[in-house]
Ligand binder design. Structure first.
Ligand SMILES: Nc1ncnc2c1ncn2[C@@H]1O[C@H](COP(=O)(O)OP(=O)(O)OP(=O)(O)O)[C@@H](O)[C@H]1O
Ligand SMILES: [Mg+2]
Length: 363
């Protein structure tokens, strides 16, 4: 069972799959475990969050289509013990490509069984919806974790996700274990508590004790392209992720013990926190960068995307259009000036015609 492969999956979008994957991965690494993240989402969010550019030459796509081997694709991250099989933008086209291949639902299983990923844990960040990529993840994994956000639609997400897992358990991967359900982006209000209680009463011990609270620092961390456990190790959200990681490790230790496999003890929670604090210190320039500077950087990136390969005239035109979109009052003033100028030109024109007619004796 080495490495222990876990897929983070829910068909619903925006419920913290990527945040859970990257924070679990850094927390495991901080506990002294060696980890590889597989980013199966063409959005590349976990790739970016671990400091890797999705513009890299090779990624998961090349693995899936057989154009590269695992050791040509796997990259180190800014964190020791943690590597990544990154997503690249080309991954968006994988569905069509895989539909042409035989046994396409087992592509990842075959890749992982033919290569040696020397690590303790593989964490797979799945894209939302049930496509060929999540099916590949579930087929290759030992276990699956479902993040759930307690909204009135949370149940719908779960009710669509559980049958997909069952489908894989009945065919592609009989050993796939539902390791747990994790409440994420948890609000502190009555409705949330009610929904959480309902789900806990249905799923019992499958639900982790740890609940990840909604915390704006998670969004700040995402803007700085860091997992919150590194960005602010002692924040509430980080502590909750750390608690979840400890539970995850406990559950895995029990599963391994049942299978007669020995796993090495992780370092203590306090030591893991020290490592996260050290990483935070090493990345201080990102953590401390003032908000204004980050916004400026984002604007610069956007400008490059918008104006990148246009002629100076097109750029000036676009700049003017955007300027007026941003400054509607200026547009009104500009139109007023144009109107006055036109009136003046017309006025001068009429007067000019009259003067000319007088000069040649027509009036
Ligand atoms: N605990 C939290 N508190 C506040 N915001 C959070 C929290 N967890 C995640 N978020 C934010 O919610 C948004 C969605 O999170 P994330 O990208 O992890 O979800 P996802 O399920 O991977 O989304 P997708 O389905 O698009 O892949 C992000 O902006 C993230 O920063
Ligand atoms: Mg995601």
């Amino acid at each position: 069972m080495r490495p222990y492969i876990v897929a983070i999956f829910n068909q619903k979008g925006g419920i913290s799959k990527t945040t859970t994957s990257t924070n679990l991965a850094v927390c495991l690494a901080a506990h002294g475990k060696s980890v590889v993240v597989i980013d199966l989402d063409s959005q590349g969010d976990s790739t970016k969050s671990l400091g890797v550019d999705p513009g890299v030459k090779r990624g998961v796509y090349d693995l899936f289509v057989g154009q590269a081997e695992v050791d040509q694709v796997v990259l180190p991250t800014i964190f020791e013990n943690l590597r990544i099989l990154p997503s690249t933008y080309s991954l968006a086209g994988i569905e069509i490509k895989l539909s042409e291949l035989k046994d396409s639902q087992r592509t990842l299983t075959n890749i992982l069984s033919h290569s040696i990923l020397d690590c303790d844990y593989v964490v797979i960040d799945c894209p939302p919806a049930l496509g060929i990529l999540p099916i590949n993840a579930l087929a290759a994994a030992h276990a699956v974790i479902i993040p759930v956000t307690a909204t009135p639609y949370a149940n719908d997400g779960l009710m669509r996700t559980l049958p997909s897992i069952k489908y894989v358990q009945e065919g592609l991967n009989k050993n796939l274990l539902l390791q747990g359900v994790l409440f994420t982006i948890n609000e502190r209000n009555k409705t949330t508590r009610k929904i959480n209680r309902l789900i806990r009463s249905r799923l019992g011990g499958t639900v982790y004790e740890a609940e990840i609270p909604r915390d704006t620092v998670v969004i700040e961390a995402a803007t700085a392209r860091l997992p919150v456990c590194v960005y602010a190790p002692r924040s509430q959200a980080s502590m909750a992720h750390l608690n979840f990681t400890r539970e995850f490790l406990d559950r895995h230790a029990k599963i391994a013990a049942k299978a007669g496999i020995a796993v090495t003890e992780p370092v203590s929670r306090e030591d893991a926190l020290v490592t996260l604090g050290r990483w935070q210190g090493q990345l201080a320039d990102r953590v401390d960068r003032p908000e204004g500077e980050r916004v400026k950087q984002k604007r610069h990136q956007l400008d490059r995307m918008l104006y990148g390969d246009r002629t100076p005239l097109e750029r000036a035109h676009l700049w003017l259009v955007h300027f007026f979109i941003d400054n509607r009052l200026s547009l009104a003033a500009f139109l007023l000036v144009v109107l006055v100028a036109m009136a003046a030109v017309i006025g001068i024109g009429v007067e000019g015609v009259r003067m000319l007619a007088g000069a040649i004796g027509l009036s």
